[in-house]
Design a protein around this ligand. Sequence first.
Ligand SMILES: Cc1cc2nc3c(=O)[nH]c(=O)nc-3n(C[C@H](O)[C@H](O)[C@H](O)COP(=O)(O)OP(=O)(O)OC[C@H]3O[C@@H](n4cnc5c(N)ncnc54)[C@H](O)[C@@H]3O)c2cc1C
Ligand SMILES: NC(=O)C1=CN([C@@H]2O[C@H](COP(=O)(O)OP(=O)(O)OC[C@H]3O[C@@H](n4cnc5c(N)ncnc54)[C@H](OP(=O)(O)O)[C@@H]3O)[C@@H](O)[C@H]2O)C=CC1
Ligand SMILES: CC(C)=CCC[C@@H](C)[C@H]1CC[C@@]2(C)C3=C(CC[C@]12C)[C@@]1(C)CC[C@H](O)C(C)(C)[C@@H]1CC3
Length: 512
Amino acid sequence: MGSSTGHPLSEIILEFLLHHLRWIPVCFILLPLSFIYDLITRARNRLVHYVNSAPRAHDRKVAKIQGEVREWARGDKKKKMCNARSGWSTMSFRYPLYKNTSTLISTNSLIDILEVDEENRTIRVEPMVSMGDITNYLLPRGYSLPIVPELDDLTVGGMINGCGVESSGRKYGLFQHICVSYEIVTADGSLVVAKKGTEDAESQGLFYGIPWSHGTLGFLVAATIRIIPCKPFVKMTYMPVGDFKDMTAKLQSESTVSENEFVEGIQFSQEMGVVMKGRFSDGPPKNGEINAIGKWHKPWFYTHVEGIGKKNEEVTEYIPLRDYYHRHSKSIFWELEIIPFGNNVLFRWVYGWLCPPKISFLKYTTFGAVRRIYERRHVLQDMLIPLTDLEKGLQVFHDKTNIYPVWLCPFNLPTCPGFVKQKSGRNVLYVDVGVYGVCKKDDYDPKKTTRELEEYVRSVEGVQMLYADTYMTREEFYQMFDSSLYEWLRVKLNAKDAFPDVYDKVKKEARF
Ligand SMILES: Cc1cc2nc3c(=O)[nH]c(=O)nc-3n(C[C@H](O)[C@H](O)[C@H](O)COP(=O)(O)OP(=O)(O)OC[C@H]3O[C@@H](n4cnc5c(N)ncnc54)[C@H](O)[C@@H]3O)c2cc1C
Ligand SMILES: NC(=O)C1=CN([C@@H]2O[C@H](COP(=O)(O)OP(=O)(O)OC[C@H]3O[C@@H](n4cnc5c(N)ncnc54)[C@H](OP(=O)(O)O)[C@@H]3O)[C@@H](O)[C@H]2O)C=CC1
Ligand SMILES: CC(C)=CCC[C@@H](C)[C@H]1CC[C@@]2(C)C3=C(CC[C@]12C)[C@@]1(C)CC[C@H](O)C(C)(C)[C@@H]1CC3
């Protein structure tokens, strides 16, 4: 039996149930499980830090990974290799299909922080360490990563081999730009260190080649990343703005103020948005307001910002640093509407301390028709475009999707070798345009609309974040990304037999 919308009646009923009843398993099963899981991992991490067993265990784990790679190299090489981390635990709507047919290498055992070097201001970590683990460890010691991508469960390995962006990007660039060195197990099982600023051409090339390479040059087994001293609060100023032109101008002017540690914008409609600037602070002056937005009973961050935008008044308040870094975690940006009353004051006071559910657990339980329903209308895209093109870009996104809020995160993109083409010889301000939500436009078609967006992004020399669905052909993909250094490294490191090409990992057909 069909319907006027062309979808089977059963799916329409399921869609209704999904929207109205999905909160039941989420609240009663996933939330408690997520809470218990987090408690256990925190306790485990504390114990590991206390007994300092991670550095010794690291050598053992790396030797095992090298052994697995060498065993693959001795074999018939019919299968290629990839990380053993299961598809449901990754930060993307999709499941990587290639994991079913590849030789899995156990980099998922690499979950520990190895050491902090206060003198050189660096931290050395294994790739499965998450942003939440790092802030829990560093902030009490008075340090922070210069860039902390905001969802707790994002991993260092994903941020480096994919891409990581956050509101301090206007000062520090992308996650790859705060990295000092990578320890990589290559296709023949050897361990090489790719370090910024060395003489050795291969190590240099590899250092610039790893970001965005999605594990197709080798396995990252440890990374050394810059750390900076931080203060316990962020002094946040919310500045309401009007239309796209206004938003673009304000983001541009605030991104060039060197005192601003953080700059971020949220566009709530064609007529209204809010730009936020933040600076580190020791705390509020007398009568200054502290807003611990991360507390369980506080409203979702973006709704708080929207309230300020509607009043159209500039507001300044002091936010505890960890709350600031993970401000979008509690509501998973604006995706926690799976629990329709999640921002209700009663729910927050009674149940809020269990939120948010782990994204991986949500993903694990999104299957069958539920997935298909999401696929039909849900847009999940981050496009990185030059800030000078933002006004037009917002109009394009409006015309094609009409989804709000839109997340806007300016960042500095230096010219350097590698996957991202920005070869102007200067630093250029870019902005991440993040569109997450349900598209209500009648003519929305996932493939057609995404291809149109991709075409626009290519035309302004922008790039698409590759956790999202990409519908580009191989030719279009390599118009967007620069493969010259990558191809050289693939040959040099004998990676072609060992790993698929990036495009073959991220293309639509490689993901379910
Ligand atoms: C550090 C480095 C070393 C490389 N070494 C070799 C090599 O020995 N043999 C080879 O065939 N290919 C090498 N390549 C790869 C090759 O140069 C690239 O595939 C391609 O030429 C990059 O073109 P591009 O215009 O995009 O360079 P860009 O990405 O624009 O280059 C930017 C900067 O990268 C550095 N760089 C680029 N190429 C080289 C190079 N060959 N040697 C030293 N520094 C370089 C320079 O500092 C240059 O200003 C190297 C790449 C890099 C980044
Ligand atoms: N603020 C932000 O910047 C945000 C970014 N994201 C996106 O999420 C992604 C990260 O998600 P996350 O779940 O942490 O990572 P994933 O497990 O999804 O990894 C992303 C890619 O990196 C590869 N990779 C991961 N670890 C290693 C390693 N140790 N060695 C070699 N390759 C590795 C993976 O290879 P393989 O396929 O073999 O597993 C995969 O192709 C980013 O790429 C980013 O685009 C999402 C939300 C916010
Ligand atoms: C650069 C930045 C800030 C990117 C933010 C991207 C997030 C908003 C994305 C990453 C993973 C992501 C696609 C996800 C989802 C929402 C949007 C997320 C969180 C959800 C939770 C939506 C609901 C779905 O049923 C399901 C659980 C499968 C996914 C999981 C991944």
